[in-house]
Design a protein around this ligand. Structure first.
Ligand code: ADP
Ligand code: MG
Ligand code: ZN
Length: 414
């Protein structure tokens, strides 16, 4: 059966992939936990509660500090066909009463309110008679006395968890500093909260791309630079995972295969070995990885180009969770592009879907081809600004550009 949150993501919002962090946050809410999500601007924080709001049904309250933000979001949701309303100070009394009637009659999934409106006894009393399933607090740094935009009304939101004791609460903010975070945690949740801090940068992971020649040899050479380390090797096909694992074993590397075509027992045995032993190389299709949280994975090696930049980011993110030096290494060649294009064209999907998929592939190709700092390009795609990182192949192997050009001219005219 299709994952309901993914279905909503596609059918309602028209997106094919979750941005980093979104799926985990939504899962936490859907299983009834509180979440504090710290993600950069542009990361897609609104969707983290909008999708669960639709999956859960009932009414989701969204607390937002600015009327303009509320109106923007409500307008965007309505365009997508979602029942959303706002009660705020820019509307006259009639309009607010009409909005309240729509909400109270159960027609609406999301209600946007300023904290001053929400935290009145009358409003709280009225809302507690409705089927409130989720509470979202946007720009949650306003809660903190150390936050830049301190508003006393926000403090009062700490009462919400008592007034709606069984309703999950999500607070989102782009303000990542430690003191603001712990202040929000203490006030809103009394520490019963899952905090996810998602600056997208994983500075300890070295990013590199190598042009694909002989992938078996290239893989072996790479692994030999990391003796005794745990690593994940992603391959496009099931068959290739087995061939690669066998090849590595022959060369003295402890390697196991993992793909959806193996029996459940064999898969579990290999996964257990990878999780509990050190120095095992898991050669897998993308079937491997969901929910894998092994801290000491020293590298993720792609023998084939992944499906999108989102997928790539997610896959390499399994390396270096312990904060130690780790590597993301991809082999990339024209054959990969051809293969991926074919996959898309062969899909039984709408023209529009295929067009989007080709566009996403172009983005990934752009990342593979760039001469710029890879981290800048990757983070830029997720809306995060960065300086050249000094920890990617393009930063490290940078040949002075002027010399390169001069050399090229000589070669080309010779
Ligand atoms: P934030 O509040 O974190 O700054 P928003 O929630 O306003 O970010 O989202 C920023 C932009 O990213 C919006 O245009 C939104 O539609 C888009 N977006 C969010 N999630 C996704 C996704 N999974 N795929 C593609 N675009 C997305
Ligand atoms: Mg936002
Ligand atoms: Zn770099």
């Amino acid at each position: 059966a299709e994952d309901p949150k993914r279905r909503v993501l596609k059918d309602v919002f028209g997106f094919d992939d979750f941005r980093p962090g979104q799926a985990d946050i939504m899962e936490a809410l859907l299983s009834g936990r509180h979440v504090l999500a710290v993600m950069p601007t542009g990361a897609g924080k609104s969707l983290c509660y909008q999708v669960p709001a639709l999956v859960m049904g009932g009414l989701t309250l969204v607390v937002s500090p600015l009327v303009a933000l509320m109106q923007d979001q409500v307008a965007a949701l309505r365009l997508a066909g979602v029942g959303a309303d706002t009660i705020n100070s820019s509307l006259d009394r009639e309009a607010n009463v009409a909005a309240w009637r729509r909400v109270a009659s159960g027609q609406k999934r999301l209600l946007y309110l300023a904290p001053e409106r929400l935290m009145t006894e009358r409003m709280l009393e009225a809302l507690s008679r409705l089927d409130v399933s989720l509470i979202a607090i946007d720009e949650a740094h306003c809660i903190s006395q150390w936050g830049p935009a301190f508003r006393p009304e926000y403090e009062d939101l700490s009462r919400l968890r008592h007034i709606f004791p069984n309703v999950p609460i999500i607070a989102v903010t782009a303000t990542a500093d430690e003191s603001t975070r712990s202040d929000i945690e203490a006030r809103l949740f009394a520490e019963r909260v899952e905090t996810l801090v998602l600056g997208f940068d994983r500075p300890n992971i070295k990013l590199a791309i190598e042009s694909k020649q002989d992938s078996k040899r290239q893989l072996l050479r790479f692994i030999e630079r990391h003796p005794g380390k745990s690593g994940i090797v992603y391959c496009l096909s099931r068959k290739k995972t087995e061939e690669m694992a066998t090849f590595l074993e022959k060369h003295g590397v402890t390697a196991l295969a993992y793909h959806a075509g193996m029996s459940k027992d064999a898969r579990e045995a290999n996964q257990n070995a990878f999780m509990t032993l050190s120095g095992v190389v898991m050669v897998a299709t993308i079937a491997f990885g969901m929910g894998i949280d092994k801290p000491d994975v020293a590298y993720v090696f792609h023998t084939d180009m992944p499906g999108s930049l989102e997928a790539y980011y997610q896959e390499i993110g399994r390396a270096g969770r312990d904060g130690r030096k780790a590597e993301a290494h991809m082999l990339y060649g024209l054959g990969d592009i051809r293969m991926r294009r074919l996959f898309i064209d062969d899909e039984d999907a709408s023209v529009e879907h295929k067009r989007r998929a080709h566009r996403r592939l172009d983005t990934l190709i752009g990342y593979c081809e760039t001469a710029q700092c890879r981290r800048q390009v990757l983070l830029g795609y997720f809306g995060e600004q960065a300086e050249p990182c000094g920890n990617c192949d393009n930063c490290v192997d940078q040949v002075p550009r002027a010399d390169g050009a001069a050399e090229a001219r000589i070669i080309l005219t010779a």
